[in-house]
Design a binder for this molecule. Sequence first.
Ligand code: PEP
Ligand code: MG
Length: 902
Amino acid sequence: MAAQETVEHKYVYDFAEGNKDLKDLLGGKGANLAEMTNLGLPVPPGFTITTEACKAYLTTGREPDGLAGQIEAHLESLEREMGRKLGDPDDPLLVSVRSGAKFSMPGMMETVLNVGLNDRSVVGLSAQAGGNDRFAWDSYRRLIQMFGKTVCDVPGEEFEHAIDDAKRAKGTDNDLDLDADDLRGLVDSFKKIFAKHTGREFPQEPREQLDLAIRAVFDSWNAERAVVYRRQERIPADLGTAVNVVAMVFGNLGPDSGTGVAFTRDPASGAQGIYGDYLANAQGEDVVAGIRNTVPLEELQRIDKKSYDELLGYMARLEEHYKDLCDIEFTIERGKLWMLQTRVGKRTAAAAFVIAGQLVDEGLIDLDEALHRVNGAQLAQLMFPRFKLDHEFEPVAKGIGASPGAAVGKVVFTSARAVELAAEGEPVILVRRETNPDDLNGMIAAKGILTSRGGKTSHAAVVARGMGKTCVSGADQLDVNIPAKKFTVAGQTVNEGDVVSIDGTTGKVYLGEVPVMPSEVVQYFEGTLDPEQTDDPLVRAVHRIMTHADATRRLRVRTNADTGPDAARARRFGAEGIGLCRTEHMFLGDRRELVERLILAGTDAEREEALAALLPLQREDFIEIFREMDGLPVTIRLIDPPLHEFLPPLEQLAVNVAVAQERGEDVAKEEALLAAVRRMHEENPMLGLRGVRLGLVIPGLFAMQVRAIAEAAVTVVRAGGSACPEIMVPLVGAVQELETVRAEAEKIIAEVVGDSGVEVLIGTMIEVPRAALTAGQIAEAAQFFSFGTNDLTQMGWGFSRDDVEGAFFWRYLELGIFGISPFESIDREGVGRLVRIAAEEGRAARPGLKLGVCGEHGGDPDSVHFFHEVGLDYVSCSPFRVPVARLEAGRAAVTTTGSDSR
Ligand code: PEP
Ligand code: MG
């Protein structure tokens, strides 16, 4: 019998074996090092241990079988290539051990440099470096320090204190004044610290150092800060990290050595040119630590022209190859340039658009690809006003940019004061240590929110984003004293009433009023900035990409608008109709009194009188909207909220009645109102007498609205315009509800439209789970469905939409139950499944059934991709989100992977 051959799983790849598309397996850094190696760029030799090895280690707690042998084999070939052996006493090979996950997680995981140094090879390293003892001992102390801290959890401060002691003994405060002897002494101290904390000597065996360092990088995938970062950035927790083992090259060997970073274009504006920093005689970590000042990259031309020219050549090569902005880390070791890292570089929202446009011009990418390279979140960011910052304005603090925008106002420290001042027309910034649900009214009243504690998922951040309000959270330089109504920062005291400016995009806080600039992108959408005439590269790029998105998308984009001006603005922003006109907003203000009459009507005649008074007002509302939307579909929803929402609150009425009685005034009307409010009180109004239920129990209410809609349409058409009304019934859960409303509506419509040619569609919202599950039946009676994903989420999850985000979502986000509020981005698996079922069953029953969505999710980038996938005809969103939805609908049509431009 032939021996069964077992094929060993491959866990280690030489750089020459990988490529840039293997990010899942080799991580971003490893895949790109492999790509550069294969392009023939000077990458120090090395190998990558795969994410699969990491995952196997994290699951079982030990290195998978075969890994040790594969590392050995790759190490040997690395040694052959370099002509040196790891830790050789006379001529040592040293390696760096670096993490590298699929998505960049800057600073979240571990790195150990100079692996291979020990008491003997430190002497060999000095000889290698031309007798540079100082360099060799400095490298050794760096190894013990990094290894101790990251591999063995030795407290970092102990090493820092030892360095401080050495400097004090020398009478200096500059690290560079420590000479070789001082550093040798420091190595002794470091070894003692190491032994004290670990109970063992610092490992002298190079291979043991390597294995422990690799293990520490694996473990760092689950370090707390990495876990928190992943949750925030929505990076899946099960990807694992790869580990790169790379031959060390040194930028700190003298003036002909150095290290730097470079960008192939400006990552802030997208402008072409040479951008980067260089630091002579230094290692990468010195640049990051900011110990010494870097010089602009152009200076390298003067310092080392040969390396500079070579670098520029590689930069051009990488751009052409990656067809995108690349960022690069490099080191020069005694006049020899080494490429240590490249990746497609992060950029600002503006740069993303500008660069995508440039790359199309340069013929490197096509418009589909350009569309894929930008996203709706970036576009939304560009639509916020920004601060006009010149040199006069220096931030006094920097927190977390928790909810974008630029807000200026007077500082207040309590919710009550915020409400008071805002009522007087003053813009206010609510400053708290952290907010809680009691601050809600103040947050609503304020222009912006500033807290000294809490991250991107703190209460303040989550609630502010939900409201679209500017928020800076966790500005911990602020010492906030609520009882004293002041905070101190950078040695200054800010009292209640003083003006501050906060930037919710950058997290920066300024004292005084910083002027705010409108967004040029909004001016373009508004039609006041002509993209053909301007030389603003951003506006030109946005125009070009939006034009392509519109030409590409399958989803139509409508707007949620209840007034003529909103409808007009949305139309300028590209809305192709109204997907939701909420008629209840038309019953507020001075019309409240008519609604009160309707509610209090004791007889049919009184009720009919109130409805008759409302009819012409409603008709005028609809005429205005039809005119603005001339020729485009307008979905008007019949009244939805419980009627008691239009009455004054119970407490207020009770007080009014009591006071008036005390004064002997006539309180008949207030008493009647109070009785009505008591009678109509509901424990769960969102599940009570609302939506279609109102139409079924209050005679004439829906009929009045239907008549107003039909009459308005006829008026507009007879005046030469065009009106396409679609009447939508809210909160339907059973087909019988819809059938009843429809029968009455059709009679009225037939009577009103006569031969005017007006056609009125009748459809329903799908926002109750039962409606989604019986969509096949409901479709028999509906000419269209519009998904009300706000209520569908509320009832699908059982989350009160008005309460939960502020009350406990921060905890759900912290626990990772969801990565984002399901009210913000559709829960694909649960609520999304209801949408999918209803779409499929609705269309099966009525082929061609028109499907749309009008919940808040209609303007959310990720949700737009979902609605595209499910096959809806349109999304509808608030006017300001219309451009975002247009862009994402275009992106959805050219990609199948969702909005993944991370
Ligand atoms: C919805 O429920 O998604 C919806 C659009 O209706 P409203 O938000 O008015 O309840
Ligand atoms: Mg609803």
